[in-house]
Design a binder for this molecule. Structure first.
Ligand SMILES: C[S@@+](CC[C@H](N)C(=O)[O-])C[C@H]1O[C@@H](n2cnc3c(N)ncnc32)[C@H](O)[C@@H]1O
Length: 284
């Protein structure tokens, strides 16, 4: 049987969101024969020409920077191979981020499993900005800079992945996101992981009670908002003794973000770097 082969190349910074987008579109009922992916390259095989054209049209409309092409292909037996998109992500010796169809006994390798249902919210663990935050959480716990009874704020929770990591280490916290799709996906992921020690709310910093302080604050947002909200964010950080992790910062924007927080009296942060992305970490 001849299949239609749609190949999509996306930029590295779009990989995480695109995985979620594709997962959602596939779950809406396209008859996908097979699929394969290697980070920024996605190949989907369809039997029906209409489904292939539907995907191409949707991708060209919503992801104009992506390179999308169609060709014909001779079939082979690939049941459920689309799940190959979602390989586990290991974070130090602490966490393994997994799609829900994998098994924690065999696939988590003895690490703490973080099950994430890939949907339209950001945060499958594949993007550097998320991985850097997860590394920071693991590191801060290893160093005992945060205790298992610490309170945390996850600002811009997306899929809920960072809150999930903190909750699975025993901490209790609040996860906020302005996007209702993220709030739904985060709730779904907390239920999937049987995590109950996180309160999820839709909104930004202004919905928090004034004066409420957290032992750990995580914010994987972009440099501009991180600079803009610096005063508000620091007003919710327990001082002394609190830890702050900022991510979503491109290398060349890091000095500007750092300067905004130094101006508020915080010391020079530590940095974790992956590719072009930097995370800034304050702890005592
Ligand atoms: C890059 S994603 C991070 C998701 C997840 N925390 C992670 O690390 O993978 C940023 C998220 O922040 C949310 N967001 C952006 N600005 C926000 C704000 N001012 N307050 C709360 N959420 C915000 C977005 O809707 C998005 O879900």
């Amino acid at each position: 049987m001849k299949l239609l082969r749609v190949e999509i190349l996306v930029a590295a910074e779009q990989e995480d969101l695109f995985v979620g987008y594709l997962a959602q579109r596939i779950s809406w009922g396209w008859e996908v024969e097979a699929a394969e992916a290697s980070r920024t390259r996605f190949v989907i095989y369809f039997e029906k020409d209409a489904d292939a054209q539907d995907l191409v049209k949707a991708v060209r409309g919503q992801w104009p920077e992506a390179d999308c092409s169609v060709s014909t292909f001779e079939d082979r037996d690939w049941s459920e191979s689309w799940k190959e998109f979602f390989v586990p992500v290991r974070i130090r010796d602490t966490f393994m981020v997994l799609p829900p169809w994998l098994n924690s006994e065999t696939d988590a390798g003895g690490l703490i499993p973080l099950y994430i249902e890939p949907k339209m919210a950001f945060g499958t663990g594949h993007h550097a900005t998320t991985a850097l935050c997860l590394q920071a959480v693991a590191m801060l716990r290893e160093e005992q800079a945060v205790s298992e009874s610490a309170t945390f704020l996850d600002l811009g929770t997306g899929s809920g992945i960072l809150a999930l990591a903190c909750a699975k280490l025993g901490m209790t916290g609040t996860a906020l996101d302005i996007d209702p799709i993220a709030v739904d996906n985060a709730r779904e992921n907390f239920a999937l992981n049987a995590v109950e020690n996180v309160t999820v709310r839709r909104g930004a910093l202004d919905i928090l009670e004034q004066g409420r302080r957290f032992d750990l604050i995580l914010a994987n947002i972009l440099s501009g908002p991180l600079v803009h909200m610096a005063t508000d964010l620091v007003s919710h950080l327990q001082q002394p003794g609190g830890s702050l992790v900022l991510s979503g910062i491109l290398r060349d924007q890091s000095p500007r973000v750092e300067a905004a927080y130094l101006a508020l009296g915080l010391p020079t942060p530590r940095k974790l770097v992956q590719g072009e992305w930097v995370a800034l970490i304050w702890s005592s």
